[in-house]
Write a protein of this length. Structure first.
Length: 230
């Protein structure tokens, strides 16, 4: 029997998206690490929705560089340890009543290891299975039509420069293919952490060769040489 839908007004619409740990460089050359889940990808571009008052946003505007570290379900503890920390000092006013505290050494608090990037200055988080080095291609205001919140949110378009993949998430014999049966991303849904279940059904789209989606634009050469290896 069909049951009619109910018209509602949820406070948030976090319907389930991958968690990302964004590493950026502070003014003094130290690293900030910010968890977020408002991200989506098209080709080798990524859209990032962020609080305009965050340290991550400040660093992205100043440097134009970041690493998108993608945690698996096994990294949930590290992500959770960062949940109510901020690199901003003083703490943004709206975060103070929510129990946020200032912390500069976020890699240490999370229990994650810094490793050098190849094309950007911020470090990668070794324990995350996937690292995407990126530069900012564009910045946009969000909800600019609402005077009450105008300027509070920002969206960045990030251009991926380099991709680092742990062998455990790769298809056997193919260094350029992530195996969806091996890659278990950490998902945020309505402020709670989840993982993926088993594949439900074969997709017609899966019959299209993955290489058909490869961007036509040439992947740029590294803009920052700091050593290190995937």
């Amino acid at each position: 029997m069909n049951i009619p839908h109910i018209v509602g007004e949820p406070s948030i619409l976090y319907l389930g998206t991958p968690v990302v740990l964004i590493s950026t460089e502070n003014e003094d050359g130290s690293a900030n690490l910010g968890p977020m889940s408002s991200a989506f990808w098209l080709g080798w571009r990524c859209m990032l929705g962020l609080d305009a008052s965050s340290k991550t946003t400040e660093n992205l505007i100043r440097t134009g560089q970041c690493v998108l570290n993608l945690p698996s379900v096994e990294n949930v503890g590290a992500v959770n340890r960062l949940a109510r920390l901020t690199g901003k000092n003083p703490i943004p006013q709206w975060k103070q009543p929510l129990g946020y505290t200032h912390e500069k050494n976020k890699f240490e608090i999370a229990g994650l290891t810094r490793v050098p990037s190849l094309s950007v200055a911020p470090p990668r988080a070794l324990e995350c299975p996937i690292h995407l080095e990126a530069v900012i291609a564009a910045k946009h205001g969000l909800m600019e039509d609402d005077e009450a919140v105008r300027g509070a949110l920002v969206v960045f378009e990030a251009r991926i420069q380099r991709v680092h993949l742990h062998p455990d998430v790769l298809m056997n014999g193919n260094p350029n293919r992530i195996d969806p049966d091996k890659w278990r991303p950490l998902i945020m849904s309505f402020q709670r952490f989840y993982g993926l279940g088993d594949e439900l059904h074969d997709s017609m789209l899966a019959r299209i060769p993955e290489d058909a989606y490869r961007p036509l634009a040439r992947i740029p050469e590294p803009a920052f040489a700091s050593g290190g290896a995937s």
